[in-house]
Ligand binder design. Structure first.
Ligand SMILES: *[C@@H]1O[C@H](CO)[C@@H](O)[C@H](O)[C@H]1NC(C)=O
Ligand SMILES: *[C@@H]1O[C@H](CO)[C@@H](O)[C@H](O)[C@H]1NC(C)=O
Ligand SMILES: *[C@@H]1O[C@H](CO)[C@@H](O)[C@H](O)[C@H]1NC(C)=O
Length: 250
C-alpha cells in the first residue's frame, strides 16, 4: 500500500475495481455427495471471493496500485459470524495491498457468503451463494469518488442499471479534453444477468466468461469474440476465458 499521498504522478496509474467481495468457504470432496449422507471431506478453507475483489488482488500482485469499490457491511456487535467474515476479507485485501478506503459500508447487513463444494475427481464446483440485505454499490455512491485519480476503472457486470450509469459518467469525464483518458474494462460472467451487453459499447477491454458465452449460445472462444465484438466500439480488446472455450485475445 502506498502511503505516499503527495506523489501526484503515482495517482495517474491507479486502478479502481468495482464489484463484489464475499467470503468463499471451499470444501474439497472426493466425489459429489449423495443427499442425506454423512460425508468426509478431503479439506476445507476460507478465501476471499467476489470477482472484482479477486481482480483487484491479482492486479495489485502484478505491481499496480489498486482500490476496491464495493459494498461491505458493518455487522452488529452481536453478529459474531458477521464480525469474523468482515474482519477476514479486510485483512485479506490488506495483505494484497488493495486500498479499501473507497468501500461503501452499510450498517447491520450481512456479507455475501458462498459455500463451494469442489469435486476433486473432475474439478467440478458447486456454489451455494448466500446474500441477504447488503445492497450493492450504486451510481450515487460512485459519484462520491474522485475518478480523476484513476487511469483505469474495471467494472464487474452486476447491477447493469447502476453500472451502465457509472460507465456513462466515466465516458463523460473522458470526453473533456483537459482530462487524461480513463481506460474502461468490463467483465461479463453471470449468464442469466439480462442486458449485460449494454455494458459493451464503451469498454476498451471486455472479459467474457465461459458460462456467459455458452449460456448465450456460443460454442467456442472465437465465436464468442466475433459475436460480442459487434456490440463493442471499434477495436476493443476482447477476451473469452474458460476451460472448454480456451483463451483468445482479439
Ligand atoms: C483469484 O481467484 C482464483 C480462482 O478462484 C484463485 O485461485 C486465486 O487464488 C485468486 N487470487 C487472489 C489473489 O485472490
Ligand atoms: C463431475 O462429476 C459429477 C458426478 O460426480 C458430474 O455430475 C459432473 O457433471 C462432472 N463434472 C464435470 C465438469 O465433468
Ligand atoms: C439494481 O438496482 C436497482 C436500484 O437502482 C434496483 O431497483 C434493482 O432491483 C437492482 N437489480 C438487481 C438485479 O439487483
Amino acid at each position: 500500500m502506498t502511503k505516499d499521498k503527495d506523489s501526484v504522478v503515482q495517482h495517474s496509474c491507479k486502478i479502481l475495481s468495482v464489484g463484489l467481495i464475499c467470503v468463499d468457504v471451499i470444501s474439497v470432496a472426493k466425489q459429489y455427495p449423495i443427499e442425506g449422507c454423512d460425508f468426509r471431506l478431503l479439506g476445507t478453507h476460507w478465501q476471499k471471493g467476489g470477482n472484482a475483489a479477486n481482480t483487484s488482488a491479482v492486479l495489485s500482485m502484478l505491481g499496480n496500485q489498486v482500490d476496491f469499490f464495493g459494498a461491505v457491511p458493518i455487522p452488529k456487535k452481536s453478529d459474531f459470524h458477521g464480525q469474523i467474515c468482515v474482519g477476514f476479507i479486510k485483512e485479506k485485501m490488506e495483505s494484497y495491498n488493495v486500498g479499501m478506503d473507497k468501500v461503501v459500508e452499510r450498517v447491520g447487513d450481512a456479507l455475501p457468503f458462498s459455500t463451494v463444494l469442489t469435486n476433486s475427481d473432475n474439478g467440478s464446483r458447486t456454489i451455494l451463494h448466500y446474500r441477504k440485505g447488503l445492497e450493492e454499490v450504486k451510481y450515487d455512491d460512485f459519484l462520491k469518488i474522485d475518478i480523476s485519480q484513476y487511469s483505469w476503472i474495471h467494472f464487474e457486470g452486476r447491477n447493469i442499471t447502476e453500472v451502465t450509469q457509472m460507465i456513462d459518467k466515466v465516458v463523460m469525464y473522458n470526453s473533456n479534453e483537459r482530462h487524461e483518458r480513463i481506460t474502461i474494462s468490463v467483465e461479463l460472467e453471470k449468464p442469466r444477468r439480462a442486458n449485460s451487453v449494454l455494458l459493451l459499447p464503451h469498454a476498451d477491454l471486455v472479459v467474457v466468461s465461459q458460462d456467459f458465452a455458452e449460456f448465450n449460445g456460443m460454442s467456442s472462444a472465437v465465436e464468442a469474440v466475433h459475436h460480442y465484438m459487434r456490440s463493442c466500439k471499434k477495436e476493443p480488446q476482447l477476451c473469452a476465458h474458460g476451460v472448454r472455450l480456451g483463451l483468445l485475445l482479439g
